[in-house]
Each structure stands twice: as C-alpha cells, then as structure tokens.
Design a protein around this ligand. Sequence first.
Ligand code: GDP
Ligand code: ZN
Length: 311
Amino acid sequence: MKAKKESHTREGVIVAHYGVAVDVLFAGDTNRTMVRVKRKSGHVVGDNVVVEDETLTRLERISELARMDSRGGVHIVGANLDVLCIVVTCEPMPPPGFIDRAIVAARASGHTPVLVLNKSDLACFDGYEKMIRPLYTRSVDIFSVSAETSDNLKELKTFFSEGHRGIFVGSTGVGKSSILNKILPEIKLATAAISESKKRGRHTTTVSTLHLLDDGGELVDSPGFNDFGLVDTTVAELSYYFPGFEKATETPCKFRDCKHRNEPGCSVIEALDAGAINRDRYKTYLQVLEEVEAIDLEPKYRERRNRRKKS
Ligand code: GDP
Ligand code: ZN
C-alpha cells in the first residue's frame, strides 16, 4: 500500500511562478514541469515541494529572503537561498552605509553576504576597490568583476559551483542584469519560455526565476528586487551583525541590548580602545546606527514576523 503511494510522489524545486501555476524541476529531470497551484498559495522560487498526483505540498523552508515594498508590505522573493551577492560599483556609487546595512540584513535573515565589485574596466574602479577591500576583506568574500569584459566572472561562477543558491542585490545601474546575462547563457531561453506561457492567460507574470548554472549552483533572477527594501534593519541586528565587529562580539557585551555607544562592559568599545577595530569603521557604525534608530523598525518588524509565523 505504502509502496504504491510512493510511486506517484515526486520531489522537486519550484523554479518559476505564474500565479496559478508553478514550474517544478523534479529531482533527476532536466526539463521543468508545470503544476497548477491555488492562487495566492504563497509558494516562491526555491521552495522544495512534493507533488503527489496533481497535488503540490510545500516542504519547510530553511531560509526566506524578504523585501519590503514602498508601502511597507513584505514580499518573499525566494526560499532556501544561502547567498546574497551585494553588487556595488564606483559608477553609480552606493549610498553611504549601503554595504554595511546590506551585510547586516543578509546575516540577519540567515544568508551569507558576498561582495561583488562590478565594472572593473572603468577608470574609477581601482581607487574604489582600494577603498572598499580593506574595509570588508575580513568579513565577506569579495569578487572584483566586469560584466563588460567578463573579467573574473569565472571566479564568481566557481564560487557558485560549490553548491550555492544566490541572488544579486544592489542599486539600479550597478550591472546586476548584465552580470546575470553573461553568466547565464540560457537566460534568454528562459525569457522566451515565459512569453510562451503568457499565451495561456493573463495571470502568468513571473516574479522571480531560479536558474541553474552550467557548472553547478543556482541563481535567482528577481526583476523587482532592484532597490533592496531589505536594507531596513533593526537596531539589534545592526549592533550584532555589523561588518568589522565579528571578532569583538565573540565576547558578548555586558548588556544584551548593548548598542556599543558608551555602555559599560562593551566588547566593541574595548576592541576599539585596543586598536582592534578601525576608528572609521566605528564612526560609520555610529552613523548607520543613528539612521536605523530614526526609522525604528523594530516594533513593526516584530509585528509582521509574528503575523507571518502564524499564517
Ligand atoms: P542593473 O540595473 O543593476 O541591472 O544594471 P544593468 O545591468 O542594467 O547595467 C547598467 C549599466 O551599466 C548598463 O549601461 C550596462 O551596460 C553598464 N554596465 C554593466 N556592467 C558593466 C561593466 O562591467 N562595465 C561597464 N563599463 N559598464 C557596465
Ligand atoms: Zn557593546
């Protein structure tokens, strides 16, 4: 009885979402299969699923990547990702504190942040790289690439081939789409496949797509994810995950909610006094802290998170 049931059950991962249907890549298959789902089912790309006959069941998520829209609504962009590639460049430069907040947000949501410095072919690049690398080299992996000349894109692909599933985030114009187009030769095919499915009805707009890289690893392409509402971090997250404080916070501060300003028994201030934390890094921290405090997302976040957990 049990054996018969299992023969109709297949496991796979959602690679595209069209509202009333999803594309599932079943284990062992190379082609995706369209499976109908209820509208507003809440499934996203990266979700592991079990399909028994025509019924799709979502398995528990290891991680969720969420973003906030301009009205404060939370959207899940993808599930079970492990890497967040923060793309920056010298033209256009990221807003002050962007990299720090992006690293904090990535860590707070259970993702490994990776820094991608794009447009290495530009004249402004060398100076920019010299400024950025020393600040983050002990906190995250850094790749200097050019989507224009393909410089070092192989290195980035090799990193993904170790079995990572990632997404590119960063301001408009930094070159996220250009990098994706270069490292995913089949991306145009995927686009063509989506237009084909549009013929089926008007509820076929895909939010994000999961692409498999030739040599291994996966990338999520999410057109609406440009400006990174994710950078809205809480004070607690910032003081815990700020890049550069890793070593210092291995020894917890005396107070659990220490903001590392002037509290007694603060590991960060001790490390600063001992010269183990760079003064400029600490100054940047205080600036970002002030901004985050001014927004004070904590109560709103808690409320939303609780609501999500219940649903
Ligand atoms: P996105 O908004 O982050 O997806 O950025 P795009 O991929 O649309 O790129 C924005 C602009 O930067 C385009 O004009 C690209 O041609 C250009 N661009 C992207 N990558 C590079 C690069 O490595 N070098 C140079 N010089 N230009 C680039
Ligand atoms: Zn402290």
